[in-house]
Design a protein around this ligand. Structure first.
Ligand code: BG6
Ligand code: MG
Length: 218
């Protein structure tokens, strides 16, 4: 029985990785080192603070806490200047249709994201109303793969974890779903998201019936 579906935001509902990349790359440049697209892969699903730690490790730099706070803030200011301009056509193909199908079949929907900017992004792409609840980086203390974000979502929806399905594009997120004892659909490549119960390339053409059929055998 599926009572609720919980969606990660970045890489599942929208592609914000490109904006994060430009903003982190600008910071790296200022600090005197290069930051590549390959490096950026390591930041997917990871919190802002942890992302900065990884970036500094790549550049072989160390800074006191107060300077790191200022750097994260600066990066976020640039990132926000991009997402402020986002429009609904940046929603990944098929997501909105699938969300509507879930809701019209009585399945609850939640957002489960590490991002503190999640409410603003949902407003910009006009999808806020399609989520019953939002759990984001402002309401959690533990980062994925800790299951906190998904367990909070299930609790607030009043649905048992075993009746929730999580949609995730990051390895840490798939692990968090498994740690929450929830079913997980990976969005991306099976080679990367092998721990998920099912992996699909995206939501285009994906239906609730397919979800039921694919997960019946799990
Ligand atoms: C996750 C992204 O969803 O949110 C990460 O995959 C990002 O790349 C994290 O670092 C935190 O986002 P924000 O918007 O709070 O800096
Ligand atoms: Mg993600």
């Amino acid at each position: 029985m599926i009572g609720a579906c919980i969606f990660d935001l970045d890489g599942v509902v929208v592609d914000t990785a490109k904006y994060h990349f430009i903003a982190w790359k600008a910071l790296a440049k200022e600090l005197g080192f290069d930051f590549t697209l390959e490096d950026n892969e390591r930041l997917k699903g990871v919190s802002r603070t942890q992302s900065l730690e990884i970036l500094l490790e790549i550049g072989g730099k160390q800074f006191p806490e107060h300077e790191k706070l200022a750097m994260a803030k600066k990066k976020n200011t640039l990132y926000v200047s991009f997402i402020e301009k986002m429009t609904p056509d940046e929603t990944l193909p098929g997501v909105e249709k699938f969300l509507r199908e879930l809701r019209s079949n009585g399945i609850k929907t939640a957002l489960g994201s590490a991002s503190k900017n999640a409410p603003m992004i949902l407003e910009r792409i006009r999808l806020t109303e399609l989520f019953d609840i939002i759990v984001d980086g402002n309401s959690i203390t533990e980062a994925k793969p800790n299951p906190e974000v998904f367990l909070k979502g299930a609790e607030r929806l009043g649905v048992l974890p075993e009746n929730c399905v999580v949609f995730e594009d990051a390895i840490a997120g798939v692990e968090a779903a498994r740690n929450a004892k929830m079913l997980c659909v990976g969005i991306g490549e099976p080679e990367t998201l092998g721990l998920a119960n099912l992996v699909i390339p995206g939501f285009e053409g994906f239906t609730l019936e397919q979800l039921f059929v694919e997960l019946r055998t799990v």
